[in-house]
Design a protein around this ligand. Structure first.
Ligand code: C2E
Ligand code: MG
Ligand code: MG
Length: 752
């Protein structure tokens, strides 16, 4: 039996409302008179009804499927009673809402017990036939008419049965079409279907759903347990959460990816989608599809792997390192976590291999090196190719930080053995920086710390490891401060040039032949020495701009002094390697000479041995261009470097400057005397001018006089001085050719 709500739902589905009922009654020409007429005859016909019910059940029992339904005599009794109740109601009414709902209910019950419609209709035909005599009680119709009416009833009911069958068949066909379309669409989508009655925990899954897992539908059991117990244990909480979120109304539908176990024990990635609804009977249920997404997943995983690994060595890359570092730092927060460290490995002089043997060989070297480094690590550690020839090792779970040093040493040892690349044998060294992963630190901190330690290892001579320390950090910080202050120094006019005279050693009256421009940085009122800041300017590349400024300022100053009377005064300017390597440097010098008006022959550019040592064709070309301009070239600090005699010939040099470390010792050290003598002799025989640097004492002067060295520079004559101070000296010397009188300088009490 259906409850009232279910009956009203049924009315809605068959489109039966008050208006529809009224239409039907109108078409039947039903009126109150009909109701009154039936009610008036009810009593009189009652015996006939009872009689008819007996006849009906005898008749029903003659047909096979009906007999089966009417086995139980008690049940038959009940049925006869309710049949009689019905006839009562049929004759007496009232024909109201309850009457209609009652009829619908009986119809549903009959349908559910499997009573075919044809028996139902046939019984009405028998009833009408049986009622004929009762209706005509007392004034029986002629036999002929009775028989005729009976035949008509039979034919009409037969047709009625056919009509109902056709309507039903057409509706069924439409339904089957729609079901077929649905099934085809499902087959096309290749998705599994599920429908879960949550309240009664009954799960229906389609054969495709089960087939994806290599199962048949009946092996899954009735409830959702058969589903959930196959979900990967790591994914089960997520799936349950997603379902709960949807049921609680937090998500418009369920859409969740998870792994589910197949028949063979392997796991399949699937996407489950679904929506929850209340069904007709008000039961909460959820239904949807399940798609095999293993291919998409595999492709996505491949992509993600490719994005996180280096194709050459197969090692993890920077992106992956970032993830690994985050995870490692998270682990550090847990109680009892052990130490972790980063090793930053950089191959020494790898560029040389690439440049000389080509990138293909360079690649092979990297692959072999990666293998050797990886072999030095424990299973839980990670090796990452950071870029180029840089590798990072993340060491986890160390008992002591010092263990990281052992790993670093193992790596250095492993690389020590030559690499065999076909015919070729190569030795590749590396420098390593070590830094700990600190609690609460950031991934970048650890990397920077390891990089800083690496820098230290390189600085200390490569092929070794260095550990990060706070002191290293402080030095780097100071250096950074210095760099940023220097970057603004030019703009803030903090640079100035001091000039040191270069003298001709005329025994009677030495004269000033030139000045060397020396750069000074006035920072917060203090003069910073070039030894401190020039390496920083060189490294940052700032030296190129500052060098231009030096050149321009010195040329302008010396020209001014020439115009004031020192007509032959020469201007010496120191060059950094970076400047020389600038494309079109010679052209720039020419521009500056033109701009300032200083004659090229008045300019001396000082180079150091290390610049020539590189022996690069660019440098040679640039020096030739400068020499062609008429500029003179001096080799500074000669004797302190490799002192190769080869480049004295090869490069267009004009002047040799003997380093002050030799001259400073000539008074007491016979070896230094011998070296200085040899250098002076060498210069002379190559027709170079020789200038002795660092002349501080008369004894130095005496030595130079003995060696016939005509030019000198040093504190004995003057320290480097600001232009104004030097001008006062020049003025005191008097005369246009700036005779330098040692005696008078000392006599006038001028500080040297
Ligand atoms: P340098 O070119 O060899 O310059 C000579 C250095 O010797 C100067 O040091 C000078 O002050 C010092 N000196 C001169 N006479 C004596 C002496 O009798 N005894 C002693 N003990 N020292 C003496 P300074 O000015 O500190 O410059 C050091 C170096 O810095 C220079 O060596 C040069 O290589 C570099 N430098 C200076 N200015 C510039 C510049 O504008 N550009 C470049 N690239 N380098 C520069
Ligand atoms: Mg110099
Ligand atoms: Mg020098």
């Amino acid at each position: 039996m259906l409850n009232e709500q279910e009956l009203l739902d049924l009315c809605r589905r068959i489109g039966l409302d008050l208006a529809e009922a009224a239409t039907r009654c109108r078409f039947l020409h039903w009126s109150d008179a009909d109701a009154a007429r039936l009610a008036a005859a009810a009593d009189a016909t009652e015996p006939a009804q009872r009689q008819f019910i007996e006849t009906l059940y005898e008749e029903l029992a003659r047909f096979e499927p009906l007999a089966a339904l009417l086995q139980d005599p008690r049940r038959v009794m009940q049925l006869k009673h309710s049949q009689l109740d019905y006839y009562e109601r049929l004759w007496r009414g009232p024909y109201d809402r309850d009457y209609v709902l009652d009829r619908l209910n009986i119809g549903v019950v009959h349908q559910r017990v499997g009573l075919d419609l044809k028996w139902y209709l046939g019984a009405y035909r028998l009833y009408l036939d049986g009622m004929l005599d009762a209706v005509f009680d007392g004034q029986r119709p002629a036999d002929e008419a009775r028989l005729l009416y009976g035949s008509l009833l039979k034919a009409v009911f037969f047709d009625l049965g056919l009509a109902i069958d056709t309507y039903g068949a057409v509706q069924r066909e439409a339904l089957e079409d729609s079901k077929g379309r649905f099934a085809r669409a499902l087959r096309g989508a290749n998705d599994g279907i599920w429908d879960w009655d949550i309240g009664h925990d009954r799960l229906y899954v389609s054969s495709r759903w089960a087939g994806m897992l290599g199962l048949s539908r009946d092996t899954l059991g009735e409830g959702c347990a058969g589903w959930f117990e196959r979900v990967h244990p790591d994914d089960l909480p997520g799936l349950r959460q997603a379902i709960q979120a949807h049921l609680a109304g937090h998500s418009p539908w369920l859409s969740h990816e998870y792994r589910i176990r197949r028949h063979d024990g392997s796991y399949l990635w699937v996407l489950v989608r679904g929506v929850a609804e209340n069904d007709r009977r008000g039961h909460r249920r959820m239904a949807g599809s399940q798609t095999d997404i293993s291919q998409r997943r595999a492709a996505a995983e491949e992509l993600s792997h490719a994005a996180r690994h280096d194709p050459l060595t197969g090692l993890a890359n920077r992106l992956r390192l970032d993830e690994l570092l985050h995870q490692a730092l998270e682990r550090r927060q847990r109680p009892g976590a052990r130490e972790s460290a980063l090793l930053f490995v950089d191959l020494d002089r790898f560029k040389l291999i690439n440049d000389s043997l080509g990138h293909a060989v360079g690649d092979q070297v990297l692959v072999k090196v990666a293998r050797r480094l990886a072999a030095c690590l424990r299973p839980g550690d990670h090796l990452i190719r950071f870029g180029g020839d840089e590798f990072v090792a993340l060491l986890d779970d160390l008992a002591h930080l010092a263990d990281a040093e052992q790993v670093a040493q193992r790596m250095l040892d492993a690389l020590h053995h030559p690499l065999q690349l076909g015919e070729r044998t190569l030795v590749v060294g590396a420098s390593i920086g070590i830094a700990p992963l600190l609690d609460g630190g950031q991934p970048l901190d650890a990397l920077q710390a390891a990089d800083l330690a690496l820098y230290r290892a390189k600085e200390a001579g490569k092929a070794q490891f260095a550990r990060y320390s706070e002191e290293l950090q402080a030095v780097a910080q100071r250096r950074l401060n210095l760099e940023s202050a220097l970057a603004q120094a030019l703009q803030k006019h903090e640079f100035e040039l001091h000039y040191q005279p270069i003298c001709r050693l005329d025994p009677d009256q030495p004269s000033v032949v030139g000045v060397e421009a020396l750069l000074r940085w006035r920072q917060d009122g203090r003069l910073v020495s070039p030894q401190e800041f020039i390496p920083v300017l060189e490294e940052s590349g700032e030296i190129v701009t500052v060098g231009d400024w030096v050149l321009r300022t010195a040329c302008r100053q010396v020209l001014a002094w020439q115009q004031a009377g020192l007509t032959t005064l020469r201007c010496s300017v120191n060059l950094s390697n970076r400047q020389l390597l600038q494309p079109a440097f010679a052209a720039r010098v020419a521009d500056i000479l033109r701009e300032t008006g200083l004659p090229p022959a008045s300019l001396v550019l000082e180079l150091t041995e290390s610049q020539l040592m590189r022996d690069c064709p660019q440098t040679l070309a640039c020096l030739r261009e400068l020499a062609d301009l008429g500029v003179r070239l001096a080799l500074d600090d000669f004797g302190t470097g490799y002192s190769s005699l080869g480049y004295l010939k090869r490069f267009p040099l004009h002047i040799l400057k003997v380093d002050k470390s030799f001259i400073g010792g000539v008074a007491e050290d016979a070896d230094l005397q011998a070296i200085s003598r040899a250098i002076i002799g060498l210069g002379r025989s190559l027709h170079l001018e020789v200038i002795a640097e660092g002349v501080e004492q008369p004894a130095h002067l005496a030595f130079l006089a003995g060696e016939d060295c005509a030019l000198a520079q040093g504190f004995l004559f003057s320290r480097p001085r600001p232009p104004a101070e030097l001008e006062r000296l020049f003025r005191r010397m008097g005369g246009s050719d700036a005779r330098w009188c040692l005696r008078s300088a000392r006599e006038t009490g001028m500080p040297a």
